[in-house]
Write a protein that binds this ligand. Structure first.
Ligand SMILES: N[C@@H](CCC(=O)N[C@@H](CS)C(=O)NCC(=O)O)C(=O)O
Length: 84
């Protein structure tokens, strides 16, 4: 059965080691997760900073029926994805 990643998006950039750690976990878990590269598309960074006030990546945007939350810290993001 495919694990649903609906409503999830990972804000990251290629050379960031913490982002690499999360992307590796995504690959190991076989998740089809939307990736939003903040360097290739600065609009992604702008919307994240507007929402959270933070420039840090990686960050997982979690959209559910009751709203949007932003999860920082690579270990926390990996734990969240493992628990899906
Ligand atoms: N403890 C954080 C460290 C993340 C981190 O240092 N990210 C760097 C890029 S590799 C960053 O976003 N630096 C810019 C900033 O913090 O605004 C994690 O594990 O996610």
């Amino acid at each position: 059965m495919t694990i649903s990643t609906q409503g999830l998006a990972l804000y990251h950039f290629e050379s960031c080691p913490y982002c690499q750690k999360v992307r590796r976990a995504v690959a190991e878990l076989g998740l089809d997760l939307e990736l939003r590269d903040i360097r290739k598309n600065p609009d992604f960074q702008d919307e994240k900073v507007a929402a959270t006030g933070k420039t840090q990546v990686p960050c997982l945007r979690i959209e559910k029926s009751d709203g949007v939350t932003w999860l920082y810290e690579s270990d926390a993001v990996v734990d969240y994805l493992k628990a899906l």
